[in-house]
Design a protein around this ligand. Structure first.
Ligand code: C6P
Length: 404
């Protein structure tokens, strides 16, 4: 039995008030909240063993290094990577994508083709456009349908011998659609293309097995998984990481430096120039432990219950339209009230203590497809409740009354 009231006690922020009302936090797709267990680790780090890593012989540096590297092993185990050196610490999903896009500059040429999907976040569109500008490769787009699903049959027609890379998110941040990445990876590999999956929105809900998926690159951000901001990881298959050149030059990523020539460190350090977010990496490991202790199966089934409840209640409101109606979706509801700007709805909800995101959600092509300026997005996590959804629904009704 999922004991949400016990779980909520782990999150101090959930007991605060906003505008004189209890906080109802439904902006989890933007960033998740942080349990006390993770906060304690951050306080402990700065209170007891803050030091630079891989550099000092002194005790503090060694303690920090050990815990940072232990966290890498936890992350490896969580994503089931074959080797710990296939886990590259980054500052988040955006950094991971740019690292790969930059690396492919050296491997692509004019005439090569890259495929992205119509459901992408800007961070999985812009770096590939920049890569195309640098290399002369061209970008193709897998179209979507009215349910917010990818047209997979059309994807297959885009594939050919020139396709070198395919980029797709596992779950859409704007609509919640779960994309059929298993099929996409299989088909892309049949023509020899590499696949990068943006796991920013899947990692809080699903425990992906990168070996079973046979994915080439998988990128995530810790702050969507109960961890801190400013840290994430890029998983890359060893063979690909060995092929890509380093992203940034600096300390830590070298083997030997002379003014004539520099040789690079082995994986993973080749991609980890400079002092990293040490505390963030350690806290990310704790966040992963925390989520696994709650259990990803339990999280998925409870969040599905929240999704169904909220969908049913919101659809009872006349003039409310939900965008993203796939059968396969996570706990994200993007909606609009007829004739009312999403920003106005979000502002009234905020006055009632309800935090939602409004706007294009860094996914403008999706909004263009639906010919809307944006949506109100409520995204639920495993620490939310049906009672909170009732507050949202009443708030939306109030907004409709005030703004119609
Ligand atoms: N989406 C949202 O409100 P960073 O900022 O690097 O941690 O993650 C970027 C990113 C990449 N891909 C997807 C699918 C995402 O959802 C995000 C972040 C947040 O939807 C903030 S824009």
């Amino acid at each position: 039995m999922f004991k949400v009231e016990n779980i909520r006690k782990d999150f101090p922020i959930l007991s605060r008030q906003v505008n004189g009302k209890p906080l109802v936090y439904f902006d989890n797709a933007a960033t998740s909240q942080t349990p006390q267990q993770v906060i304690d680790v951050i306080v402990d780090y700065y209170s007891n063993y803050n030091a630079n890593i891989h550099r000092g012989v002194h005790a503090l540096s060694q303690e920090a290094t050990d815990l940072y590297e232990q966290a890498r092993y936890k992350i490896q185990a969580h994503f089931n990577a074959k080797h710990a050196h296939e886990i590259i610490y980054t500052s988040g999903t955006t950094h991971g994508i740019n690292l790969v896009a930059n690396g492919f500059s050296a491997l692509l040429k004019k005439g090569d083709e890259i495929i992205v999907s119509a459901l992408e976040h800007h961070s999985n569109i812009v770096p590939w456009q920049m890569l195309c500008e640098r290399t002369g490769a061209s970008l193709k787009v897998i179209p979507m349908n009215q349910n917010g699903e990818l047209e997979i049959k059309l994807f297959e027609t885009l594939l050919n011998q020139n396709t070198k890379l395919v980029f797709v998110n596992h779950i859409s941040n704007a609509l919640g659609t779960i994309n059929p990445i298993e099929h996409i990876i299989k088909k892309a590999h049949e023509v020899g293309a590499a696949v990068l999956v943006d796991g920013a929105q899947s990692s809080p809900h699903i425990k992906p097995d990168v070996q079973a998926l046979d994915v080439d690159f998988y990128v995530v951000s810790a702050h969507k998984m109960c961890g801190p901001t400013g840290v994430g990881v890029l998983y890359g298959k060893e063979e690909w990481l060995n092929k890509l050149p380093p992203y940034q030059g600096g300390g830590e990523m070298i083997a030997e430096v002379t003014f004539e020539k520099t040789t690079y460190a082995a994986l993973p350090h080749k991609f980890e120039a400079g002092t990293p977010n040490i505390c963030g990496g350690i806290a990310f490991g704790t966040a992963i432990d925390y989520m696994n202790a709650v259990g990803f199966d339990a999280i998925a089934s409870y969040e599905h219950e929240l999704l169904e409840y909220a969908t049913e209640k919101l659809l009872e409101i006349e003039g409310l339209k939900i965008y993203g109606t796939s059968e396969r979706k996570t706990s994200v509801i993007s909606f609009n009230l007829e004739g009312i700007h999403p920003y106005d709805v979000g502002t009234i909800l905020d006055k009632l203590g309800v935090a939602v995101r409004t706007g294009h959600h860094c996914a403008q092509p999706i909004m263009d497809y639906f010919k809307i300026p944006g949506t109100v997005r409520a995204s639920f996590a495993f620490y939310n409740t049906k009672a909170e959804i009732d507050v949202l629904v009443e708030g939306v009704k109030k907004a409709k009354m005030m703004l119609s």
